[in-house]
Write a protein that binds this ligand. Structure first.
Ligand SMILES: [Cu+2]
Length: 188
């Protein structure tokens, strides 16, 4: 339903406005008041300023904790650790990225089957990003040459054809560096 905010960029635009406009308005109001309305020393007592400051800090800390606690489950390291701890064996897939293609040991999976992508780059910096059939990025890995294999466990929840794209600029044919994964309904 909200896919258009990912596809069209309106989501990013709205976030930018959300961050810019309220802060700009508060800043301009304060500057205007101090410059033209009340040019004398502050009339607010020190105690009240201290209270405002503590309240503001408490709000910032609460927001920080809430945003992190709610979103942490979407971190690859967290869902990979969860999948590993669940006891369901993951299927290992070797992914070798090389300018400008991927060599994968397997490209067909079933819904609900944890897949451990063991990816590395054989030459320069590459990305390994998996896209949902509707266009959203599910996860992306940055493959740095020389650091060995990076692993991530992902469990597909819907059948379809998933696009893979490189999201690290890697040379002239970077835009051609893509592949596909096919996910089918669970057979059991
Ligand atoms: Cu690339």
């Amino acid at each position: 339903m909200l896919d258009f905010i990912y596809r069209t960029g309106w989501g990013a635009f709205a976030v930018m406005l959300l961050f810019q406009i309220p802060f700009l308005l508060v800043f301009l109001t304060l500057v205007f008041r101090k410059a033209y309305v009340n040019t004398g020393p502050s009339e607010i007592s020190d105690a009240r300023i201290g209270g405002l400051r503590r309240g503001w800090m408490a709000l910032v800390i609460a927001l920080f904790l809430i945003v992190n606690l709610v979103s942490i489950q979407f971190f690859p390291a967290i869902y990979t650790a969860r999948a590993a701890a669940s006891g369901v064996p993951a299927i290992d897939v070797a992914v070798d990225a090389q300018s400008w293609s991927y060599d994968m040991s397997r490209q067909e999976f079933e819904v609900g089957q944890p897949v451990r992508f063991n990816a590395r780059s054989l030459d320069t910096m590459h990305g390994f990003a998996v896209y949902h059939p509707d266009g959203q990025v599910l996860f992306t890995m940055m493959l740095v040459p020389g650091v060995g294999v990076s692993s991530l466990i992902y469990t597909f929840t819907e059948p379809g054809t998933y696009k893979i794209r490189c999201l690290e600029y890697c040379g002239l044919a970077h835009h051609e560096m893509n592949d596909e994964i096919t996910v089918t309904e669970a057979s059991t």
